[in-house]
Design a protein around this ligand. Structure first.
Ligand code: DGL
Length: 278
């Protein structure tokens, strides 16, 4: 039995970490995982054919999450990162029940970090309409500390701005001012970027919120969690197989993906593969 699980772990070691998002946003998480675990193989799936998820219903998002996970599993992954808040808000439970590999979502790590960081007990959460309406952050935060006040705001236009590569121009700034002024009035001192696309616009959001508001992007927490799971399970990639492979799949051609990804990741993605998973 022990021998079997050792053999299984040896096989798992060289498998990849699978990451999916509705598009480019999950790269904010991939970037941190690559930084903390540079020798791990990564398979990234951006579901550009079906983006945005943030305006879709729970059942639809669960269906998308299922097909994305099946695709990544077919490519040989040892752990799945759901690098999309909308998919994490709706599908994390069902994925955990269905899959036999560890599944890491983005909501819990962000909520935990925000509660640990706030000084005045006023936390803001921004995300897609679907994430905000799900109440997932509110629930997680209240579970940790029921005293904390949570102010939420859906910011749907941030997603197309990030996909377009408009991180810090005048249009991005005006949209941010319009969405965020309400949260400023509530005197929040901590703001959760509850959509993996939003860290791409971090500088603009920072400028609008001011330097007294701490922006929480759960990517770092997620990468630490991934590292601790593969360490604990004994599935860290073997040191002898040092060259890491990173493969990027999209479900539809996206002209901006490579340029935005290279600008944002600071590394050369020269090739993305288009797959039909629907
Ligand atoms: N990046 C995704 C998230 O974190 C959502 C973007 C979208 O597809 O609407 O929720």
């Amino acid at each position: 039995m022990l021998l079997n699980s050792k053999m299984e772990n040896n096989i798992l070691k060289d498998k990849s970490i699978g990451i999916f998002d509705s598009g480019i946003g999950g790269l904010t998480v991939a970037k941190e995982i690559i930084k903390h675990l540079p020798s791990e193989n990564i398979i990234y799936l951006g579901d550009t054919a079906r983006v945005p998820y943030g305006t879709k219903s729970k059942n639809t998002v669960i269906k998308y999450a299922d097909s994305n996970s099946e695709f990544l599993l077919s490519k040989g992954i040892k752990l799945l990162v759901v690098a999309c808040n909308t998919a994490s808000a709706h599908a994390i439970k069902s994925l955990e029940e269905k899959l036999s590999i560890p599944v890491v979502g983005v909501i819990k790590p962000g909520a935990k970090k925000a509660v640990e960081s706030t000084q005045n007990g006023n936390i803001g959460v921004i995300g897609t309409p679907s994430t905000i309406n799900s109440g997932a952050y509110q629930r997680e935060i209240k579970k940790i500390n029921p005293e904390v006040k949570v102010f939420s705001k859906a910011c749907p236009l941030f997603v197309p701005l990030a996909e377009e590569g408009w991180f810090d121009n005048d249009i991005a700034k005006s949209v941010a001012v319009k969405y965020l002024s309400e949260l400023k009035e509530h005197k929040i001192d901590t703001l959760i970027l509850g959509c993996t696309h939003y860290p791409i616009l971090k500088k603009t959001i920072e400028k609008v919120m001011g330097e007294d508001v701490l922006l929480i992007d759960s990517a770092e927490q997620i990468s630490l969690k991934v590292a601790s799971i593969i360490n604990r399970n004994g599935t860290v990639k073997k040191e002898s197989s040092n060259i890491s492979k990173r493969i990027y799949y999209l479900t539809d051609n996206s002209d901006t993906f490579i340029s935005v990804a290279n600008r944002f990741l600071g590394e050369d993605i020269t090739e993305v593969k288009i797959v039909d998973i629907v």
